[in-house]
Design a protein around this ligand. Structure first.
Ligand SMILES: C[S@@+](CC[C@H](N)C(=O)[O-])C[C@H]1O[C@@H](n2cnc3c(N)ncnc32)[C@H](O)[C@@H]1O
Length: 259
């Protein structure tokens, strides 16, 4: 019986992997990987067979039950099974379902942490998520919910935390901004969007909650090209981002009707 390693691949750049992750990839017999894992990282697993189990937004993706079963079967046939997940496995990665399925099948499992997207974004923005006198707490949040799941309570956490890191938020940023302003957060609160942190296509743009509302029209309307994203996007909100290392986007107030 083999062992399954749930390994964090970090935000993308292969040299942000932990040494433990790199060594496990070298030893891996089979690697089940997410869509966001980069070719440079996969190249470290020289002897492994690869199975792409990535979930892609808006596309047909392997069901979680299939992935759980495939991990159990792989551990019965191989010594070193790596389940490679973007960022950190324990953050918005459905790791618990895999851990539980492996435990139920009596298969040994170990988790290797990785750099989660919010921390990679903080690094490239050169902004500390906590700052004396400004931010003493950080919420890691997603506003996304799967069909049939209960109403998300993200707004409670996001409206009360000093600093908020929103995952899977790129296409929802106007709705998120509207909800936060409605919950009492000032429209002047700094907001940054970091696309593909640590990768060659990285982009960092800075605005405010009010700017997000003006810059990314609600669903069904034209997208501002500055906010047209191709890669994964982390939305970060809070006063700490006032001087973030990012391109400043100023969206004008819509022209008022005169006469
Ligand atoms: C399904 S979640 C997985 C999060 C991952 N487990 C982590 O710890 O970063 C995918 C979301 O993570 C964020 N993300 C992942 N990689 C990113 C990157 N390189 N730059 C910006 N955001 C990223 C985006 O918000 C994306 O929609």
């Amino acid at each position: 019986m083999g062992k399954v390693y749930l390994v964090g691949a970090g935000p993308g750049a292969a040299d942000l992997l932990t040494l433990r992750a790199a060594r496990l990839l070298e030893r891996a017999d089979i690697v089940f990987h997410d869509a966001l894992v980069q070719p440079d990282t996969l190249a470290l697993a020289k002897a492994a067979r690869f199975v792409d189990v990535g979930k892609r937004y808006g596309k047909v993706s392997p069901e979680q039950r299939f992935i759980n079963r495939a991990l159990v079967e792989a551990a019965r046939a191989h010594e070193v099974v790596v389940r490679l997940k973007g960022g950190d496995p324990m953050m918005f990665g459905r790791a618990q379902e895999e851990i539980d399925a492996l435990a139920e099948a009596g298969i040994e499992c170990e988790v290797v942490p990785g750099v989660t997207a919010a921390l990679a974004a903080a690094a490239t923005l050169r902004v500390s998520l906590t700052k004396r006198g400004v931010s003493r707490n950080v919420a890691f949040v997603t506003a996304r919910r799967a069909p049939g799941q209960p109403e998300n309570v993200w707004l409670d956490a996001a409206s009360s935390a000093d600093t908020v890191a929103l995952y899977m938020a790129g296409w929802q940023s106007a709705e998120i901004a509207a909800a936060l302003i409605g919950a009492g957060r000032p429209a002047t609160t700094p907001a940054v969007l970091v696309e593909s942190a640590s990768l060659p296509g990285e982009r960092r743009v800075k605005t405010t909650l009010g700017g997000l509302l003006r810059g990314q029209p609600l669903r069904g309307q034209d997208q501002r090209p500055e906010l047209d994203f191709k890669g994964p996007v982390l939305l970060a909100i809070g006063e700490v981002f006032a001087r973030a290392n990012a391109q400043d986007l100023r969206f004008e107030e819509p022209a008022r009707a005169t006469g």
